[in-house]
Design a protein around this ligand. Structure first.
Ligand SMILES: Nc1ncnc2c1ncn2[C@@H]1O[C@H](COP(=O)(O)OP(=O)(O)OP(=O)(O)O)[C@@H](O)[C@H]1O
Ligand SMILES: [Mg+2]
Length: 234
């Protein structure tokens, strides 16, 4: 299996036409290895979410290629994209987005049910909920748990398909700093234990003191490193 799990080749994304045209991503090339814990930072409107949407196969580039786990995805049709996304990616959002009428366990079982997995779905979900420290909350309805607990459950749900990459857009944005710190620690522990690649967009650089790589987005261009030391990627 290749060590490279994601490659972007000259990816640009242009929104709108004519005078109102916005080049949200401008010729971005980068590659990410298995197990890397990557932070994407940059000011508001710089193109972070657009980039994450490309990696998450939620949007297609205007030009360039997105190669996920060895497959060039830009040529896939919508049905193939959905299937590949479900198989290869896990998502964690700013708000946990758990389904309120389901239990914590049922929420975490969902991705594997959607995938039609033949594994023991209940066991997989239970194992992960124990790993994220929610063993006492498994059978609670998900609208009866705290914000931090909900985000733990969301991480378990993001991991349950054993995705190639977990993508997170502002996963600590809705949490107080103590809870956010715990969630970051948890994500890092999971990344190490499972050799799991994480790509995280954040405004909270200081919440992630110890990461493998920082990518800074500025005016739609991607740079390796922080604003002060950054160099163009690839
Ligand atoms: N669907 C869209 N249609 C038109 N313009 C868009 C669209 N999505 C994003 N843009 C523009 O592309 C640029 C990058 O937006 P993006 O959402 O990627 O920024 P961001 O870095 O995620 O910002 P924030 O930190 O505020 O979330 C912005 O100028 C934005 O206005
Ligand atoms: Mg954004």
């Amino acid at each position: 299996m290749s060590d490279t799990v994601l490659e972007l080749q000259n990816v640009s994304r242009i929104f709108g036409e004519g005078d109102t045209q916005v080049k949200a991503l401008d010729n971005v090339s980068l590659s990410i290895r298995r197990g890397e814990f990557v932070l994407i930072v940059g000011s508001s409107g710089s193109g972070k979410s657009t980039l994450l949407n490309m990696i998450g196969l939620l949007d297609k580039p205007t030009s360039g290629k997105v190669i996920l786990d060895g497959k060039e995805t830009t040529a896939l049709n919508d049905g193939q994209v959905s299937q590949y996304r479900n198989e290869k990616l896990g998502f964690v959002f700013q708000f946990a987005n758990l389904l309120p009428d389901l239990t914590v366990l049922e929420n975490v079982m969902l991705p594997q049910q959607i995938q039609g997995s033949s594994e023991d779905i209940r066991q997989n979900a239970t194992d992960l909920l124990i790993k994220v420290g929610l063993e006492d909350q498994i059978n609670k309805r998900s609208n009866k748990i705290s914000g931090g607990q909900a985000q733990r459950a969301a991480i378990a749900r993001g991991l349950v398909n054993r995705p190639t990459i977990v993508l997170a857009d502002e996963p600590t944005g809705n949490l107080d700093s103590v809870t956010a710190g715990k969630i970051v620690k948890l994500a890092k522990t999971m990344a190490k234990e499972l050799n799991q690649t994480f790509i995280i967009v954040t405004h909270d650089r200081h919440q992630f003191p110890d990461v493998d790589r920082v990518i800074t987005i500025k005016d739609g261009k991607a740079f390796s490193g922080e604003e002060t030391t950054m160099e163009i990627t690839a």
